[in-house]
Design a protein around this ligand. Structure first.
Ligand SMILES: [Zn+2]
Length: 146
């Protein structure tokens, strides 16, 4: 899982069911990319994670999944997510952990925990008109940088 995530330059998380393992384990590896150059890196292995508290209302955030297409043909859509959540999990040393996360980390954790519960992000899309490919997203929504 670490290897696969390393190879997927734009991947920020990978859940065991995505690689054919029926285990409640996700690997998170958020790194800076050309489209998000100022991102502070964050990595964690989460085992048996659960969202134990949410803060505020959900808002529509764009996301994709490395299990739903390749390169610019990867599916991308607006999904309702909480901006802030409290998560309980076990780390790779089986230590019980609990923390509050915000922003992109909270977003990625909700996507990954969904994977472990058999939910794909496309199941959470409210407005099907937002279901596009990353190629279309880049063309229509990203500012032209060069
Ligand atoms: Zn995914």
């Amino acid at each position: 899982m670490y290897y696969t995530l390393e190879k997927k330059r734009y991947g920020v998380g990978l859940a065991a069911p995505q690689v054919g393992k029926s285990l409640a384990i996700s690997v998170i590896d958020i790194k800076a990319t050309p489209t998000r150059p100022h991102l502070k890196p964050f990595g964690a292995t989460i085992i048996n994670p659960a969202i134990v508290e949410t803060f505020g209302k959900r808002t529509g955030l764009w996301e994709g999944c490395i299990s739903c297409g390749v390169g610019n043909d990867t599916l991308y859509a607006k999904v309702l997510r909480y901006k802030k959540i409290r998560v309980r999990w076990q780390d790779e040393r089986a230590h019980q952990r609990e923390a509050v996360f915000e922003g992109i980390i909270a977003h990625v954790l909700q996507h990954e925990i969904d994977h472990l519960n058999g939910v794909l992000f496309v199941d959470r899309v409210r407005d099907n008109k937002t279901m596009i490919t990353i190629g279309e997203y880049k063309k229509h929504y990203l500012p032209k940088t060069r």
